[in-house]
Design a protein. Structure first.
Length: 46
């Protein structure tokens, strides 16, 4: 539980290094989940 709390506290800093989308794709690849790029989240445009 303490590791989870620290992760949540540091999410802003963490995602400055790696976007949510990049981390999500790495997670899918690490667990050998097949995916199609067209169904992956997209960055919001300003």
């Amino acid at each position: 539980m303490p590791k989870l709390i620290e992760y949540v506290k540091n999410q802003k800093a963490h995602h400055k290094k790696k976007t949510f989308i990049d981390e999500y794709k790495e997670f899918l690849k690490a667990f050998e989940v097949d995916f199609d790029e067209k169904y992956i989240f997209k960055e919001l445009e300003d």
